[in-house]
Design a protein around this ligand. Structure first.
Ligand code: SF4
Length: 245
């Protein structure tokens, strides 16, 4: 709930009536608030940082009934500008397809952050040779989630999250730790769901194929593109994860 709204917790039947400014946990995704004396159902607003269109497909499918979603595309880690444009286009395509579906439970909005690869390159100085999954990746998560937390706070979102955990290559514990810390700093709840669980990654591959989305063959930065992990050859057209045939 936004600060100052009169609220009751979903299903509790217990009117709070205080200007508490508290947010509900992930199991209380909706709220009821007073609108000129009338109680009205309202979904929590979620700023969903997205690493790419393919990873966002299964996350949006999972959350669209429970949250009012705005996708936040901020990815300075994609150091090749042509690649960045292709991924942004895939993100736009997915949102257009999703929003035009008659079965979509809600429309999804898009906010595109500044493309600033130099910020990423500077932040990773000294970690260019780190293996994928090492310190450089934690710096990368922090950069992207810090911008998402800042935007969510500035624009009054109830919570924020990221599609990064869809990938089998991404450390959910690190994402949850970093997102939680930034959420505390910015006063916005971080939804720390591991979106690869419950078939989330396989579903993202399935939906990306069905929608004809561009699926990249490497994570994003020029350092990972050179190889990094020995199994990188398995990642052709895999979104941010390994190809499932
Ligand atoms: S490998 Fe991926 S997560 Fe790690 S620093 Fe590069 S773009 Fe970021």
């Amino acid at each position: 709930m936004k600060r100052g709204e009169l609220c009751i917790k979903k299903g509790s039947g217990d009117i709070c009536g205080a200007e508490c400014g508290e947010s509900y946990g992930a199991d209380n995704r909706e709220g009821i608030f007073a609108d000129n004396g009338n109680l009205r159902l309202r979904q929590k607003t979620l700023l969903l940082h997205s690493c790419c269109g393919p990873c966002s497909t299964s996350v949006v499918e999972r959350l669209a009934r429970d949250y009012d979603i705005t996708i936040f595309f901020y990815n300075p880690n994609i150091t090749d500008e042509g690649e960045y444009r292709r991924r942004l286009e895939a993100q736009r395509s997915f949102i257009e397809i999703f929003n035009s579906s008659p079965t979509a439970p809600a429309r999804v909005a898009l906010v595109v952050g500044t493309y600033e690869p130099n910020v990423f390159i500077r932040a990773c100085e000294g970690h260019e040779g780190d293996p994928e999954g090492g310190v450089r990746c934690e710096i990368c998560f922090s950069l992207r989630l810090a911008k998402a937390a800042e935007h969510a706070s500035l624009h009054g979102f109830d919570c924020f999250s990221t599609t990064l955990s869809v990938s089998p290559h991404k450390d959910h514990a690190a994402i949850a730790r970093i997102g939680g810390r930034l959420g505390m700093q910015c006063g916005v709840e971080f939804i720390a769901e591991d979106f690869k669980k419950h078939n989330g990654y396989a579903r993202s591959v399935e939906l990306s194929k069905a929608y004809g989305l561009y699926r990249q063959s490497y994570c994003g930065c020029e350092f990972a593109r050179g190889g990094g992990r020995p199994e990188s050859g398995d990642r052709s057209k895999s979104g941010c994860g390994r190809l499932i045939k």
